[in-house]
Design a protein around this ligand. Structure first.
Ligand code: GLA
Length: 369
């Protein structure tokens, strides 16, 4: 081989190696690639949406970056089924039609939830306004599940069947919700069985928050294992992943994913966001220091590191994690703007208020590029 041929080969190899190891940035990235493309070998990348996400710049960003959606509120029992004889299909129909047109997967959220403001009272009351019997509550739950799942059969591939049924109190196992007080644990079991009957092809999940807490994590594990051992159709655990700059630690997240992975079910990260404020689990009144809401370089850096760590671990558990969904599209709007403190601006996502990619976006991309 002639000398110049050898040096040409060496040069070409050097170019290939350096382009592989160089981190991607706005300057070096392919213009048409989105987050979903970088992660295509790993898992779908989803986002929680509402009707406003289907228009204009939001919808363009959604379709470029994501390949899965979850209606943020529009499938919840309160908004969709506010009275026994009334269903509001409009928003959910529009979101699911949008998904079909754009070839997006849809996660359904959710079939049973305790949350007062999004679970209607009529379910728990009989015609005289007294507490409904267990039979009546279960019959209503069954009708609800069949009606909603039949309508979207084949269009929603996975459902959060039960949301947040575990108690946050250390010594209490299941949350003493109206569902539980009237039906005991049966409402959870029946919800999974009916969901499976209604659409045998749908993947069924148990979904909860603060899943990184060792005590709560064990209760989630106990519930899911007991359902699985009893032959109840359940296919996975949804980790809501409402996290923050100070938690989870790498060790905490690693042990959470490893603990859940040992159940042999799928894991979905269902509601990911990383608040720039230290985590608080309960709503509270505003304090003087809440006026400081700027997205400082320190907050930005802490968020970048947390996002990077999370995606490194998602990559490590890629055999188990089969979907990662962000809870909202951009920092323009997030539920965290009003939680735990009303009207305190947060910046929990990968796109800023102008829908531009943040630095954290590139860190997440560079985990797998
Ligand atoms: C929980 C629920 C979600 C949503 C968020 C806040 O995580 O599962 O549906 O209500 O709270 O937006």
């Amino acid at each position: 081989m002639k000398k110049f041929q050898v040096s040409a080969i060496v040069l070409a190899a050097a170019i290939v190696i350096s382009s592989c190891s160089r981190p991607l940035s706005p300057q070096t990235a392919a213009p048409n690639k989105g987050l979903k493309d970088y992660y295509s070998k790993y898992f779908p990348i989803g986002v929680a949406v509402n009707i406003n996400s289907l228009r204009g710049a939001d919808s363009a960003l959604l379709v470029k970056e994501f390949n899965s959606i979850t209606p943020e509120n529009d499938l919840k029992i309160g908004p969709i089924h506010p009275r026994e004889d009334q269903y509001n299909w409009r928003n959910a129909d529009a979101i699911i039609a949008f998904a079909q047109r754009n070839n997006l997967k849809v996660r359904g959220h959710n079939l049973v939830w305790h949350y007062d403001s999004q679970t209607p009272r009529w379910i728990f009351e009989d015609k005289d306004g007294k507490q409904a019997s267990k039979e009546l509550v279960l019959q209503r739950l069954k009708d609800h599940i069949f009606t909603v799942m039949n309508r979207y059969k084949g269009k929603i591939y996975a459902w959060d069947v039960a949301n947040e049924v575990i108690s946050d109190k250390r010594d209490e196992y299941l949350r003493p919700s109206d569902w539980y007080k009237i039906c005991g644990e049966d409402y959870i079991i029946k919800a999974f069985q009916w969901a499976h009957e209604a659409d045998p092809a749908a993947l069924l999940f148990y979904n909860d928050y603060n899943e990184i807490d060792p005590v709560k994590r064990e209760k989630i594990h106990r519930l899911v294992k007991s359902l699985k051992d009893a032959g109840v159709p359940i296919h996975g655990i949804g980790l809501q992943a409402h996290w923050a700059i100070n938690e989870p630690s790498r060790g905490q997240l690693d042990s959470t994913l490893s603990r859940f992975a040992d159940l042999g079910l799928q894991l979905h990260i269902t509601e990911l966001d990383i608040s720039v404020y230290p985590k608080e689990h309960n709503a509270r009144d505003r304090k003087a220091e809440d006026a400081n809401t700027s997205f400082t370089p320190e907050r930005e850096q802490a968020q970048i590191e947390k996002y990077k760590m999370c995606f490194e671990l998602f990559k490590k558990y890629r055999k188990h994690i089969t979907s990662v969904t962000f809870w909202n599209l951009s920092d323009k709007y997030s539920w965290l703007d009003n939680f735990p403190v009303q009207n305190r601006k947060d910046y929990p996502l990968l796109f800023d208020q102008k829908l531009e990619r943040k630095k954290a976006y590139w860190e997440v991309v560079n985990v797998v590029k």
